[in-house]
Design a protein around this ligand. Structure first.
Ligand code: HEM
Length: 542
């Protein structure tokens, strides 16, 4: 049933989702398809007696929550059913029309129910009560491969994406200081800037100087850029993917990563028999994991040798800091960074560039800011001159507001919660539909418009208008990187990469959108731009 294909959906004023499924919705539904014994998070639920306080007692019963019965839900998706062949965003919007801002989808085959909410107060209640060990249903194949298939390599460490409870927290506490500290991440700026310069050099070789269009798939090029950047941070290795002579293993590595994404979508987000029976294709997936593990480990071994012989700068790089914790942590974290840091960053970049391309006056405003920072397009981006780029940062936020590539956030309630006046018992899945809210006029005036000014808090210069709504916005209606202790650990890295390339690209080119249709999206693990992605890159005269 959940394999129903996605069709066309309007996201904001200009973007459309064509087919696929939402990351977090997919996760939410997938966990319904796994055998009960895989719900190792159940032991993390609060064990106190059911609440008996006034708020709980006054709240409406859980069974009063609107929503279809299991049979009705099934009937919606059968041929001829009301939701047959709809995509998940469309499905959610229809259900929201039918059932309101909070509704419940029954757990099928004895699995956990999922409550969908579009009320920012519920988001706040959910996050404020998630505790120190929030449960987000992860990608179960990660855990299986690392803990069951290859404990020899991983020593029982599952990694951030799919671990829960104490083992998640222990790992996260170790790596947080390395990856979440702004200064620590920003020390990579010179190399990330160098990678952005190489990307632009490559773009020049692919750009037709008369039409200013590319003879190549821009999104694919961006994936190489994101791969190059994250592998520098995670492995302290330059892959050379933007050059004519990539590292011998790099292209193979990139192919395995593509296979990994396709398999993971199939086996982690769609219902599958793999927990009970390992099909030949699933075994190929495990082989892909093997290849990625082997190549990552080899790169790390090579880096360790290099570190022994090269003179080291005062500041240790990310990989050295992870190795200082221990080698298994370094291998697991590097793999997670590579797996979570390529499609996300490249998809977010296409999205942001698309909105700037469709809004030439905003792009011109950004260009003026960049001219002040980089009087010559070849000037270096430094820790000093990137401190003052408020319009650039506002453009990034605004692009991710209109199209957050992870459009909903998911948690399992560890405590009994009252959401929108209903009792929601511990153990229930909660899907917070943040994309809907960040595209709602109720929370963002003229929400369909790309208005970076709404993120500017103080007058940055005379020509930029500041939006008063920036001061009193509910923080829970915009969460592209999630929230709380389990928030995206790659946020700082993603921001650094996107800021650097956007600054370089828009300092040099006036970018416009050439495709006849608005930017389209496919949803696999995330929302990913698809279809006709054509930009024009006209060099600025200065
Ligand atoms: C624009 C780019 C990105 C977006 C929009 C994004 C978004 C997200 C979101 C929404 C979550 C879930 C957070 C939650 O449940 O509260 C997440 C988790 C995660 N992200 Fe990202 N991400 C991006 C880039 C990256 C990069 C570059 C890395 C690599 C360093 C990365 C690594 C991770 C990991 C490891 C987790 C799991 C964290 C945990 O559960 O402790 N992400 N990301």
């Amino acid at each position: 049933m959940w394999k129903s294909r996605l069709t066309i959906k309007q996201l904001g004023n200009k973007s459309q989702l064509i087919r696929g499924r939402l990351f977090s919705v997919g996760s939410a539904l997938q966990q319904q398809s796994q055998p009960q014994q895989q719900n190792h998070w159940e032991e993390l639920l609060e064990t106190t007696p059911i609440r008996s306080d006034e708020e709980w007692m006054k709240a409406k019963d859980y069974s009063d929550l609107p929503g279809p019965s299991a049979l009705r839900l099934l009937s919606y998706f059968l041929p001829g059913g009301k939701l047959h062949n709809t995509n998940l965003v469309q499905m959610n919007r229809r259900m929201r029309e039918w059932y309101g801002d909070i509704y419940r989808l029954p757990g099928l085959m004895g699995k956990t129910d999922v409550v969908f909410t579009y009320n920012p107060k519920d988001f706040e209640v959910t996050y404020r009560n998630e505790g120190l060990w929030p449960i987000r249903i992860g990608l179960e194949t990660f855990t299986y491969y690392r803990k069951v298939v290859r404990p020899d390599v991983f020593g029982g460490i599952g990694g951030l994406v799919s671990e829960q409870g104490k083992s998640w927290a222990e790992f996260r506490n170790k790596v947080n200081p390395v990856l979440m500290k702004v200064q620590n991440v920003r020390q990579n700026l010179p190399q990330i800037d160098q990678i952005s310069k190489e990307f632009i050099e490559k773009l020049e070789t692919l750009r037709d100087p008369s039409t200013h269009t590319l003879n190549a798939d821009f999104h694919e090029q961006l994936k190489s850029w994101a791969f190059e950047a994250i592998s520098f941070v995670a492995l302290n290795t330059r892959m050379g993917l933007l050059s004519d002579q990539p590292d011998a293993n790099a292209s193979r590595f990139a192919e395995h990563m593509t296979d990994f994404f396709n398999y993971s979508f199939k086996y982690d987000l769609q219902p599958s028999v793999w927990p009970y029976y390992k099909t030949p294709e699933f075994k190929k997936f495990l082989k892909t994991y093997d290849h990625i593990t082997e190549i990552t480990t080899n790169y790390i071994e090579a880096a360790i040798e290099r570190f022994k012989h090269e003179e080291q700068p005062d500041n240790k790089c990310v990989l050295q800091q992870l190795l200082a914790i221990n080698k298994q942590v370094a291998v697991v974290m590097a793999m997670d960074m590579l797996m979570a840091g390529i499609d996300t960053t490249s998809s977010a970049f296409v999205t942001i560039l698309y909105h700037l391309a469709c809004n030439p006056e905003k792009q011109a405003q950004l260009h003026r800011e960049l001219q002040r920072t980089l009087p010559s397009p070849d000037d270096a981006l430094t820790l000093e001159n990137t401190k003052n780029l408020p319009y650039l940062r506002a453009c990034i936020k605004e692009g991710l507001r209109i199209t957050s590539i992870t459009p909903g956030n998911f948690r399992i309630a560890t405590k009994d919660l009252v959401l929108s006046g209903y009792r929601v018992p511990r153990g229930t899945g909660i899907l917070m539909g943040v994309l809907e809210l960040s595209n709602s006029d109720e929370y963002f005036a003229s929400s369909a418009q790309f208005v970076p000014e709404r993120w500017l808090k103080s007058d940055i210069n005379v020509e930029t208008k500041v939006c008063p709504e920036a001061r009193n916005r509910n923080p829970f209606v915009y969460l592209p990187f999630g929230f709380g202790p389990r928030t995206c650990i790659g946020k700082r890295i993603a921001e650094l990469e996107i800021e650097t390339l956007l600054a370089r690209l828009l300092r040099r080119y006036k970018v416009s959108w050439l495709a006849e249709t608005p930017l389209q999206y496919e949803s696999t693990i995330i929302l990913s731009p698809r279809g006709d992605i054509r930009f024009k890159f006209e060099p600025h005269s200065d």
